[in-house]
Design a protein around this ligand. Structure first.
Ligand code: CO8
Length: 258
């Protein structure tokens, strides 16, 4: 099924939805893409999608960031409203009850990288490039890039990348943890789909608990994070799919997760 906007989607394997951004020339994250991303998350939630792969149809561009043409002509109130709207869509994706995978070819810059970082994982083609070059515009990232980048790559590297506005090549992005998988140029979508199928076949409650507990490691003090981990593992045992996973192991068969 396809939405009639600049963000479209199609079923892939069971539980996997592949979405494509196509707003020429550069997938600038103006109001049309923001609306499309919100519609996408609505659709994924309504379908109970387990894994969402986010790609671009535009050669050379994953997304070039917030819409500079839009921002260039607005007043302070509209700038605030636009920012809220953009970060609202990005955070909805980040908070959705699914695994999201950005399949990146071309440039992911500014809000485009913020969108990719809001995804659970990133699969990169070898020619992709990453950056948060907002300082060149006299700005800084405004869709949580200043918070997510250091969590992924550390303080020093984050400041280097943001302060210099440089474009980080894909091999460096892989080496510093900005992306999780590096594949040959043009192969990101296929590799992301394979990863999505793998993840969709595993226990959903367990995968969700992995993501939430890892996030807790960054957001909570250690002891609180550990308490959270204990609650999560106990919850998986009592209400999740651990019973089936443990039984399947003992019966020497594959688990049948919901
Ligand atoms: N917004 C709008 N249009 C863009 C954008 C953008 N971010 N990036 C590129 N375009 C447009 C260009 O204007 C051009 O359009 P046209 O053909 O109509 O002139 C077209 O895309 C192609 O761009 P170029 O001709 O520049 O193509 P190149 O291949 O030479 O360069 C680059 C590609 C490197 C991507 C270059 O276009 C570039 O540097 N773009 C800007 C990247 C950038 O600075 N991104 C950060 C934007 S700010 C941001 O994301 C902040 C997020 C938080 C905001 C929240 C608060 C509001």
């Amino acid at each position: 099924m396809t939405d009639a906007s600049v963000v479209t989607w199609e079923d892939a394997a069971h539980g996997v939805l592949v979405a494509t951004m196509d707003r020429k020339p550069a997938n600038a994250l103006g109001p049309p893409i923001i609306d499309g991303l919100n519609a996408l998350v609505d659709e994924a939630e309504q379908r109970g999608t387990r894994v969402l792969v986010l790609t671009s149809a535009i050669p050379g561009f994953f997304a070039a960031g917030a819409d500079i043409k839009h921002m260039g002509g607005i007043d302070a109130d509209s700038f605030r409203a636009y920012g809220n709207r953009l970060r609202g869509a990005v955070e909805r994706l980040a908070g959705a009850d699914l695994v999201s995978i950005a399949a990146v070819e071309g440039v992911a810059l500014g809000g485009g990288l913020e969108l990719a970082m809001a995804c659970t994982m990133r699969v990169s083609g070898a020619e992709a490039k990453y950056g948060l070059p907002e300082v060149r515009l006299g700005l800084i990232p405004g869709a949580a890039g200043t918070q997510r980048l250091p969590r992924l790559v550390g303080r020093g590297r984050a400041i280097d990348i943001m302060a210099t506005a440089r474009q980080v090549p894909a091999d460096e992005a892989k080496a510093i943890g900005l992306v999780d998988r590096l594949v040959t140029a043009g192969g990101a979508r296929e590799a992301a789909l394979q990863l999505a199928e793998e993840l969709a076949a595993l226990s959903r409650p367990a995968i969700t608990a992995v993501i939430n507990t890892v996030d807790a490691a960054f957001d909570l003090p250690f002891a609180e994070g550990q308490r959270y981990e204990i609650d999560e593992i106990q919850g998986l045992f009592e209400h999740g799919e651990a019973r089936e996973g443990l039984t399947a192991f003992l019966e020497k068969r594959s688990p049948k997760f919901a």
